[in-house]
Design a protein around this ligand. Structure first.
Ligand code: NAP
Length: 646
């Protein structure tokens, strides 16, 4: 399949009334900025109509109904003229104009560093935002000499394959499952949906007309499934095959990868490079509770949902109130006799009215047809869901509180507490249980359209905060001696996120074992390369996760661009392998640790899957997404030692 055109939009053929109706669903600030591409007129962004940005900004940036009507009326005239070919063609504004448009849209003065980033995101000249010029510069026949094994065919593995294929580089994907999709294939629990906005949780080169802002699991699975088919990735995948171990070969400076198929047969494959694309959240974690396993009824984990049990009229115990339980409890509660929710720590809940809503028809039209509307919408979504929130989750020097890490974080705490009060304030016991006692963004904040807190108020839903001491044949006992007899237990207890790359046994130079080397403290340079493990590249590796809901797809695209740059370095220099220098890796990790200590998720009173047993944040990237984009643009040859086969 040909590369996606990055400046693609459909022609407008509809009549005036249809355009006017579609404009009723417009995000007005986005529309105002998109119109500049047609009119070249920035005066509308200088006037008295100015959206107010920021976290939980009012709908339409707080513009009045009259202001919105004025913009829509003007937009109708412009779009009619564009449709009728009256000299209006999409234009690329100059840098100063782009800056003005960007600042207008987000309601803030962003530093100049955002200009190249935004220009790339917008593909203003039809460029591929995550293309790697260094690999393009290598002759195609030379690229074909370097073979890569990709482990995993989820979101990152499919991306790696597409990029290698585009570059004309041979690869094989090893996939333990029977199909592609990774987390979206495995997690089938009721209510599963993406909780990052879909217009950023998608590949830059494959925009989709998403049915919802936060689409359900099946839609996500179909997206990745379709892309794997369209890009002809499937014929390169060994399905039902698990990587048992991978060993770097000192003599030949390449990798041997040992695999086992579900039928028990084994094989060994050889490649110049290995890309791990196994995700962080796919090995279910069951809690360490006395008697686990003794329960007589069905008991299963959210990530391996057992759909054959009829939950109707059943007494159900759910352990955990993380992102997964948060989505499936509201789905199972209406039909259950009772749901007992065992909550250790409540999540912070961020209100978002359109969390489950369909994208209105008019908005689909705008996204598909108005030049640059979709691109600016993606940037706004990126800004509002992640980049623009970082200031609210950062420490203030000298701030002393267990409830917040700074003034902006405390303002956020108050705002979110008021939301909880507005939903359950009439039930003091539930209010007390649902207001977290740790800083917002200490753990992942969860998006709610009222469903979660309304569900907890149901008469058949009981939130138990008394700690569990035992699981027994009939149910669960808590510390105060209360026994909860139930028919089913569901574990919403998360994943072994910290065991990066486990259970694979990975050996680097001199047979160095990766897990023993890490000792429970996984680290990598840029989350991608690990000293003494030449030509091993991680996607979604250590410290590449995000807490405020930005897109992991964005990180993967950055990582793959960097990996291609590394492969280009090998081809350019003629060496067989590259090995990250220890000092470079260590200095990077020092910066990461210092950064994470400044953030809410680094607060000492917060326990989460972001930290290892020593309390170090092994999972998260503490800086802006733009900074990761910048850091991973092109690898610096000086960061590596180059190795030749002996
Ligand atoms: P999680 O966030 O790790 O939540 C696990 C829950 O189980 C927590 O509430 C935890 O309490 C509780 N728990 C663990 N051991 C327990 C015990 N012994 N007794 C009582 N409670 C116990 O796991 P998750 O909900 O599966 O989510 C993991 C991550 O997956 C999310 O952070 C997110 O990144 C991703 N995810 C994304 C989506 C989405 O995009 N839609 C959906 C689901 C998951 P404590 O908080 O006290 O440890």
């Amino acid at each position: 399949m040909a590369k996606q055109a990055f400046d693609h939009w459909q022609p407008i053929t509809e009549d005036d009334a249809t355009i006017a109706a579609a404009l009723e669903d417009a995000d007005i600030p986005t529309l105002m900025v998109a119109l500049v591409h047609l009119t070249g007129d920035l005066s509308g962004l200088r006037g008295d109509i100015r959206p107010v940005g920021g976290f939980m900004a009012a709908p339409q940036g707080g513009l009045t109904a009259a202001q919105q009507a004025g913009v829509k009326a003007q937009a109708l005239e412009v779009l009619k003229a564009y449709r009728d070919g009256k000299g209006l063609l999409p234009k690329v504004p100059d840098e100063a104009a782009i800056r003005q448009m960007m600042n207008f849209l987000v309601g803030a003065d962003l530093p100049g560093e955002y200009i190249p980033f935004l220009a790339s995101e917008l593909s203003l000249h039809g460029e591929d935002p995550f293309g790697q010029p260094a690999i393009d510069a290598i002759p195609r026949e030379q690229r074909a000499t370097l073979k890569t094994i990709i482990i995993g065919s989820g979101m990152s593995g499919i991306l790696a394959a597409i990029r290698l294929q585009e570059a004309g580089m041979p690869y094989t994907i090893i996939e333990k499952n029977a199909d592609v999709g990774g987390t979206w294939l495995q997690n089938t629990y009721p209510g599963c949906r993406v909780d990052s906005p879909n217009h950023t949780y998608s590949y830059s080169f494959a925009p989709k007309d998403w049915p919802q802002h936060f689409s359900p699991q099946q839609v996500l699975l179909n997206y990745f499934d379709q892309i794997a088919t369209d890009y002809k990735i499937r014929e390169h995948i060994l399905f039902n095959t698990e990587v048992v171990s991978a060993e770097y070969q000192d003599a030949s400076a390449n990798w041997q990868v040992h695999v086992q198929k579900t039928d028990g047969t084994q094989d060994t494959l050889t490649a110049n490079a290995v890309i791990t694309a196994v995700g962080q959240l796919n090995r279910p974690r069951y809690p360490e509770i006395n008697g686990i396993g003794s329960f007589d009824g069905p008991a299963f984990h959210s990530a391996v949902w057992e759909h054959d049990h009829d939950l109707q009229g059943k007494r159900i115990a759910v352990i955990g109130t993380g992102a997964s339980a948060f989505q499936f409890i509201p789905k199972i509660a209406p039909d259950a006799a009772d749901v007992v929710v065992f909550q250790r720590t409540p999540p912070w809940v961020v209100p978002r009215a359109d969390y489950h809503a369909d994208i209105p028809e008019g908005k689909h039209w705008l996204l598909n047809k108005v030049p640059y509307y979709a691109k600016w919408f993606r940037f706004l979504s990126f800004w509002q869901s992640s980049e623009g929130l970082l200031g609210s989750v950062k420490k203030d020097a000298g701030w002393q509180s267990d409830l917040s890490v700074g003034q902006a974080n405390d303002d956020l705490r108050v705002m979110l507490t008021e939301y909880i009060r507005s939903m359950v304030g009439d039930d003091p016991d539930l209010f007390e249980k649902t207001v977290p006692k740790y800083p917002p963004a200490g753990k992942r904040m969860l998006i709610d359209n009222g469903t979660w807190l309304t569900t907890l108020k149901r008469s058949n839903v009981h939130v138990v905060t008394d700690p569990i001491v035992e699981i027994n044949p009939t149910g669960i006992k808590t510390a105060s001696g209360v026994q909860y007899d139930v028919d089913v237990i569901i574990y919403g207890t998360g994943f072994y996120a910290n065991r990066f790359l486990a259970p694979m046994q990975i050996k680097g130079k001199g047979g160095l074992d990766l897990q023993r080397h890490w000792q429970g403290d996984p680290r990598a340079y840029l989350g991608i390369t690990i000293p003494q493990f030449p030509n091993l590249f991680c996607m979604y590796g250590p410290n590449t996760n995000i807490v405020v809901n930005g897109s992991i797809v964005f990180f993967s695209e950055c990582e793959m661009r960097y990996i291609l740059g590394c492969l280009a370095l090998l081809l350019k220099t003629g060496h067989q392998a590259l090995d990250c220098k220890q000092a470079v890796h260590d200095a990077f990790n020092k910066t990461i640790d210092a950064g994470n200590e400044e953030m809410a998720w680094g607060a000492p009173n917060v326990r989460s899957w972001y930290k290892n047993e020593q309390g170090r944040v092994t999972q998260n990237w503490p800086f802006t997404l733009r900074e990761y984009w910048e850091a991973t643009r092109t690898p610096d040859a000086k960061d590596f030692k180059f190795i030749d086969a002996s």
